[in-house]
Design a protein around this ligand. Sequence first.
Ligand code: NOJ
Ligand code: CA
Length: 521
Amino acid sequence: MPAWLKDAVFYEIYPQSFCDTNGDGIGDIEGIITKLDYVKSLGCNALWINPIYDSPFKDAGYDVRDYKKVAPRYGTNDDAKRLFEEAHKKGIKVLLDLVPGHTSEEHEWFKKSCEIDHNEFSDRYIWTNGAFCGIANHPYVGGEAERDGCYMLNFFKCQPALNYGVLNRTEPWQMAPDHPDCIATREAMKDIMRFWLDMGCDGFRVDMADSLVKEDDDVKSATGKVWENVREMFDRDYPEAALVSEWSNPECALKYGFHADFYLDHHGNGYNVLFRDGETEGGDHSYFKKDSNESPIRFLADYRHKYENSKKYGYISFISCNHDTPRLTKTMDESELKIGYAFLYTMPGVPFLYYGDEIGMKYLENVRTKEGGFQRTGSRSPMQWDDSGKNFGFSEAPADKLYIPVDASADAPSVTKAESDPDSLLHMVKSIIALRHEHEDLQADADFEVIYAKENERILIYRSGNLGVGVNPGLEEVKANKKDCTGIPASFSGDLIYKIGEAGVTEDAIVLGKQSFAILK
Ligand code: NOJ
Ligand code: CA
């Protein structure tokens, strides 16, 4: 386990939309380099950058055409190397995005795979043995290549699935995961990882990490074997590099070798019920909505087993948002976000902050889809640096040449505005991340145990290492009688080291005022 993860707070950068230094309307690597001090000022000491590889950009770069070449619109491989070096000088680690499940249909491997004559890449993708022989339970394409077969898709039509084999085989064209051609796919992916790790990158966020072996069993044991093999390489050759999975099942992902796994928005899971439960009947039921009247019990029912069963292997990664998810400002106001963020950035595991969430950037409704973004495009608009600058300081390009238009609303936030307001979300985010860095009990390895949580009650009190944390997202003050609490740390003095709203400890109760968050010694 790379030691630096213990105190890591990640910042996710969507490179297209972060900072454009050459005026073409698209963010670039040089732009990221110029903003490293800003990242540092937030307290973030690690980056995850969405794909920067050469691509036809039908899925914003998740359709990779050349894994070993930076897309010219972002710069060159030398720029990427410089980014790693400059980030390291400032104590910032850099994760790239690895897309192992599929390539672009324009990748050289795929072009070779489409050929009639058998070659090294014929089985790099999953093909049936006839243009009229389709694939059950998976999207596929037939009739597009000279080769007499249909190929499986992993996501959009432009993203053919790479071949890591099929576990439960029912068709003659399906290959076992240990077939040499499937092993060759894995080795090709390891070669790509080595390429970037040797250049200085610090690991990968892994796209659709659970998608490799098809018709896998319930616990994805065959896909897990691929990752165990990759992890062996990391432990042996790159022990300080990190692997973070897009899997959202830490009980599997961490056991198979990932150091951290995202807690993503899946309907009804713990992350969803905290922040994004707007789809059930009768309004928004998210715990952090001030008027939702939800207790923390639904969150705990999902989180506790995930945490307990995975903590010895690695970390759960809470996110403010990501490039696939509506920004929380779509449904939450600043008072709600402050409580939610305070919780998120002090939980055990390795948290991620999505660019712009620190200033409360909006989810832009009605923005035109860009590069396969569709409704995701609203979360991918240009970073708002400076409200007095052109395009918020994102780019010197004419407004109609921007990758995605900037937020045109009168009350659009910006970094400059937030910096000058002492009560801003930005200052709150900086202060909670700074506090996390000061206290090991608020970092990745802190031990989490519930002290007080009840059905039909709003508050959650828990132990994080030797600290107590109290959360009340609701609009009424709530008292927890100490006699109803379990596991209060022996050293507990009740002294506050951080609070939002009003909170305190009396002789016999912990008192949490409306919309409050408190950390107690
Ligand atoms: C998940 C990525 O986060 C998303 O943006 C992408 O479209 C799909 N995987 C396909 O790679
Ligand atoms: Ca640019």
